[in-house]
Design a protein around this ligand. Sequence first.
Ligand code: SAM
Length: 385
Amino acid sequence: MVLSSGGSHAATRMASIIPISDVRSAANPHAHRDALNAFVLAAAHAAPLAPGPVADARGRTLHDLRISVTDRCNFRCVYCMPKDVFDTDYRFLPHGDLLTFEEIARVARIFVDRGVSKIRLTGGEPLMRRNVERLVEMLANLGEVDLTLTTNGALLAKKARSLADAGLTRVTVSLDSLDDATFRAMNDVDFPVGKVLEGIDAAAAAGLNPLKINMVVKRGTNDASIVPMARHFKGTGHIVRFIEYMDVGATNGWRMDDVAPAAEVVRAIDAELPLESADPNYTGEVAQRWRYKDGSGEIGVIASVTQAFCRDCTRARLSTDGKLYTCLFATDGYDLRSLLRSGFADAQIGNAIAVVWTRRADRYSEIRTANTVRIPKVEMSYIGG
Ligand code: SAM
C-alpha cells in the first residue's frame, strides 16, 4: 500500500520535529528512550495518515505482531535467560507495568486495522501468564487473524485443550534436544524432555496442527541432536525448524563460533534422510523449507545469522509493558502504554503506530558486525521471541 501524499508529508514533518538519530549518542543514557517517547506522543497528535495498511521506509508492509505477555519464564535456557543474570535478584516487571488483557486486545485490534493479520503470543513463557486463555479468546474475536503461540511446552499438556477451545489456531513448541541430559542442561532447570513431548502430543490431539517444533542449534552444545530430532518427527506431520543461534539481548555471551550455519544443518540431515528444497508458502516466510524426498514431511531452517532476511521482515513486536519495537535487535521501543492509559482515541494510537512504521528502516541482521554484537539490545524474554 502506498501512503497518501498527506500521510508521507506528515511522516516527513514528524521526522523534522524530533531528530532521533541525533540523540543516540548523547550523554544522557535515557535520551534515546525519551526521544522515542516524545516522538510517539507527537505522532498520536499528528495529522492523520491514510487509514489501513502501512509500508515502512524500505517498502515492507506491516503484517505480523508478536506480543510478549510476560517477561518471566520457568526455564533458564543458557542462550536466552542465563541463570547468572536472571537469578533471584533479577527485577522482573512489576504487575502494574504489564499491559492488561483488555489493553492488549485493544492495541491488537488497532494493529489489525493497520494491516496485521498474524498474531503470535510469546514471552517469556506465555503459558505462565495467568488465565492466558482469556486473552486468546479476546484475540480470537478480532476476526480473520491467524492466532498462534510459542511455548517451551512445560505447561502445554495441561493447557492445550483450553487454548484450542479459546480459539488458538496453532502452536509452536521450542525443544532443543531429545537427549534428556542435553535438554536438561540447556533449559538449566533440569526439566525432562518427556514432559515436553507429552505437551506436543496434547497439542496435536487438541487440533493445534500443524505443530512447529523450534530447535535453536548451538555449536558444541546440541548439534549432535540435529539428525535425531529430524528423524523423530519425520512422518508425524509436525515441522521441525532449526534456528541459528542469534545475538539477541546482551546477556548470552554470543560468539559467531557458536553458530551452526543452516546450510550445515541441511547437509547433515540430507546425508541420512534425503531432502529437496520446497517453495516458500508466502513471500517473507522466515523459514526456508525442505521436504523429505520420500514424501514423509518437511523441515525448515531459519538462517537469521548467515542469510539475514531483513528485506522481508514485516514483524512488529509489543513488549510486556506495551512498547512497540520494530526490530528484534532494537535497543529501545515506543511507549504505547502511556497512550493507552492517558485517554488517546484508537485512531490516534493507530496513527502513532502508522507513523512509527513508515519511518522504520531497521536491518540489523544485514549489518551485524563484531561491534554491533556489543550494542545493549533488549532481552528476547522481554521483547518476545
Ligand atoms: N518461552 C517460549 C519458548 O520457549 O518458546 C517463548 C519465548 S522464547 C524467547 C521464543 C523462541 O526464541 C524460542 O524458540 C527460543 O528457543 C528462541 N530463542 C531464544 N533465544 C534465542 C537465541 N539467542 N537465538 C535463537 N533463538 C532464540
